[in-house]
Design a protein around this ligand. Structure first.
Ligand code: ZN
Length: 130
């Protein structure tokens, strides 16, 4: 796992993704976990944090299906979903659900991490676990 002090938290996060590792930060002072990457704890503002690797299980908190592409690069992907998931370890992130069932309420469902090579990057996405 990459953790080079000279890199910004965002650069470290992206370097880890390139190695297909989904990572989040954990505060050494209060234990808060968070995403997206930032230089200080969003709870107590301590700059002392460590990087942790996600185990790959998460719970869907919310999701939405887009039928209009607000960015023309995504026009050929319509309809596509954007979801909020809570990692088992606590951090919350924005992602996409692979093979989201049509018209089904998936809030509270367990999902598992799956990397997809897309937009010339390794992107962390999730799939329903059952
Ligand atoms: Zn803290």
């Amino acid at each position: 796992m990459t953790d080079t002090p000279a890199m910004s938290p965002t650069e470290t996060y992206r370097a880890n993704l390139a190695e297909r590792r989904l990572t989040f930060q954990s505060c050494r002072a209060c234990g808060q976990t968070w995403m997206p990457a930032r230089s200080e704890c969003p709870n107590c503002l301590s700059p002392e944090f460590e990087w942790c690797e996600a185990g790959g299980r998460a719970t869907i908190v919310s999701w939405v299906v887009f039928h209009v592409a607000f960015d023309p690069r995504y026009e050929d992907r319509l309809p596509y979903n954007v979801a909020l998931v809570d990692l088992e370890e606590g951090a919350r992130m924005v992602t996409n659900i692979i093979d989201l069932p049509d018209g089904e309420d998936v809030i509270g469902r367990t999902v598992t991490l799956e990397f997809e090579h897309d937009l010339e990057r390794e992107l962390p996405r999730f799939r329903l676990a059952d």
